[in-house]
Design a protein around this ligand. Structure first.
Ligand SMILES: Cc1cc2nc3c(=O)[nH]c(=O)nc-3n(C[C@H](O)[C@H](O)[C@H](O)COP(=O)(O)OP(=O)(O)OC[C@H]3O[C@@H](n4cnc5c(N)ncnc54)[C@H](O)[C@@H]3O)c2cc1C
Length: 302
């Protein structure tokens, strides 16, 4: 094979992509109208879509629709006790938002451990959710904040919106309850109480630019050594990111120091890890047990 001037072998010819139409709508009306055909691939940051299509895991539909010029999908705003993250909000925008840092700490920490600056500048919250990876880092903190997904479509030519709890949005790895003619427009999160504290921890096999081998989100209000309104979520230990209701119940309203062992046993029963290139199922269980213990020990000393 001939060598390039830098000595690297040239890439083999890429398989032709059969995109017949490229759209870059400037409004939600235009985008949802285009989606009515159902045969449209949605492009946000492209940081999942492009490697997946190059790797042959995803085939483009005949129409590729870049949604990045739609103003309704952008920005972070607060109204009526809830915060709305437009689907195109990037990881960098979340990281640089002081309100996210103070009131949604676990989400901010997930962004702080997300890929590299280049990826953060373009990767979107909507793309992270719609990609539906069991290891999607933004999903775990959003689950503990009881996020809702706002979805738009245009059945019968009329713009319609629905919301669904994020915890019900996922069906399996890479699969969601979003229909092909629907566009995720925003993620809405009720504003947590001032007393609500939260934390996110991710473990990967190398310190930077790694997909989570496991991740944990923890949120609760702490007073007098007891937790209430406890929320626990896990990533990369089941076919989708999950909330862990039995672990939450083991911690709810009990003196924390005495509840930790029961919580770890409940967590072990709730997760269903698999062995893959990132970690064995056994190692994932060990990580969940040890890191959850560390996080709870830390909270008990607050
Ligand atoms: C080197 C590298 C490192 C990475 N590191 C991390 C990491 O640390 N943590 C992590 O969680 N992820 C990581 N990722 C994965 C990826 O960056 C994220 O999942 C990112 O948030 C995807 O957003 P995007 O805007 O690029 O989505 P895209 O690639 O544009 O889209 C992803 C999927 O969602 C669909 N989609 C996008 N937006 C919408 C919408 N509004 N409505 C309906 N469907 C939509 C697309 O059609 C596609 O199927 C990494 C990827 C790479 C290449």
């Amino acid at each position: 094979m001939p060598r390039s001037p830098l000595g690297a072998a040239p890439h083999p010819a890429a398989e032709p992509i059969d995109i017949r139409t490229y759209l870059a709508p400037r409004s939600l009306d235009e985008a949802t109208e285009a989606l009515r055909s159902g045969a449209v691939t949605i492009l946000a940051g492209g940081t999942d879509l492009m490697p997946q299509s190059k790797g042959g895991r995803v085939r483009y539909h005949p129409t590729l629709m870049n949604i990045r010029r739609i103003p309704d999908l952008q920005g972070i705003s607060e109204a009526s006790g809830a915060v709305r993250f437009g689907a195109l909000t990037t990881v960098t925008e979340l990281l640089e938002n002081a309100f996210v840092r103070s009131r949604f700490k676990a989400l901010w920490q997930a962004c702080d451990h997300f890929a590299s600056d280049q990826l953060r500048n373009i990767a979107t919250i909507g793309g992270n959710i719609c990609n539906a990876s069991p290891a999607g880092d933004l999903i775990v903190p959003l689950l503990i904040f009881d996020a809702q997904v706002e979805i738009a479509s245009r059945p019968n030519g009329v713009l319609t919106k629905r919301t669904t709890p994020l915890r019900d949005f996922f069906v399996g790895p890479g699969r969601t309850r979003r229909a092909p003619d629907e566009l995720v427009t925003a993620i809405e999160v009720p504003l947590p109480d001032e007393r609500f504290i939260s934390a996110f921890f991710k473990f990967g096999t190398r310190p930077a630019l790694d997909i989570s081998a496991i991740s944990i989100g923890l949120g609760a209000a702490l007073s007098d050594g007891m937790l209430d309104n406890v929320r626990v979520a896990f990533g990369a230990v089941a076919p989708t990111p999950i909330r862990a209701p039995q672990t939450e119940a083991a911690l709810e309203g009990r003196p924390l120091a005495a509840a930790i062992d029961a919580a770890l046993a409940a967590a072990d029963a709730e997760i269903r890890p698999i062995s893959d290139v990132r970690a064995s199922a056994w190692y994932r269980r060990e990580l969940i047990r040890n890191i959850l213990r560390e996080m709870l020990d830390h909270v008990s000393q607050c």
